[in-house]
Design a binder for this molecule. Structure first.
Ligand SMILES: Cc1cc2nc3c(=O)[nH]c(=O)nc-3n(C[C@H](O)[C@H](O)[C@H](O)COP(=O)(O)O)c2cc1C
Length: 190
């Protein structure tokens, strides 16, 4: 069974994007192994931490573990909120780490993400995370990932989300997610 790694760009306990990921998981779990990347413990990018040492520090171990999880996945699906018409800083930090060669002694060495198949969805305000996804797609291509840019699901959260914290999708929105899940499955099986 192929494996899809889900990355959620929000740390919020009741994150709407995590709830969106859960629905996508239900759509794919019979055909793919699904897991979620836990990257809360990686440090802020600091090139001093990249140098090789005899013993890895706890934060270096966290980066190592995250890279291993990414390496073993056949594909990655990112679910992200839009922050100020872009993607959240925590995703940029994660992707900065993943963009670097795993063995820093030579810049020609491979990264964990190069060539990796990836797609993006997002739940946010009226803009349906469009600006965020455009910028994120650009970054993912820059770091040499194999990006499925169409179709991608953008959810404009309803009033009940903002007022009561409730996440409900319309049939049309669920259908959009289903189409993306189906196309991503085909992309991974190619
Ligand atoms: C710093 C910040 C900036 C935001 N900027 C935008 C924005 O530009 N566009 C938008 O649609 N929503 C914006 N939002 C609202 C988020 O989209 C909304 O809080 C969303 O529910 C967060 O996703 P989550 O529930 O997965 O955490 C912003 C929220 C924060 C915290």
């Amino acid at each position: 069974m192929k494996h899809i790694l889900f990355i959620v760009g929000s740390l919020r306990k009741n994150s709407f994007n995590r709830q969106l990921a859960k629905i996508a998981e239900d759509l794919l779990k019979d055909r793919f192994e699904i897991s979620y990347l836990d990257f809360k413990d990686i440090p802020y990018m600091n090139q001093d931490l990249e140098s090789r040492q005899d013993h890895m520090t706890t934060s270096q171990q966290a980066v190592f573990r995250v890279r291993q999880e990414v390496l073993k996945a056949d594909g990655i699906w990112i679910f992200t909120p839009e922050y100020n018409q872009s993607y959240p800083g925590l995703l940029k930090n994660l992707l900065d780490w993943l963009s670097r060669p795993m063995d820093i002694s030579n810049f020609a060495n491979p990264t964990a993400v190069q060539g990796k198949k990836v797609t993006v969805s997002g739940a946010g305000g009226r803009n349906k995370t469009k600006s965020c996804r455009e910028k994120l797609n650009e970054l993912l291509e820059y770091i040499k990932m194999n990006v499925m840019k169409e179709p991608q699901t953008g959810i404009a959260l309803g009033m009940e989300a903002w007022v009561k914290g409730e996440f409900n999708l319309t049939e049309e929105q669920i259908n959009e997610l289903k189409i993306q899940a189906e196309k991503f499955a085909e992309f991974l099986e190619k």
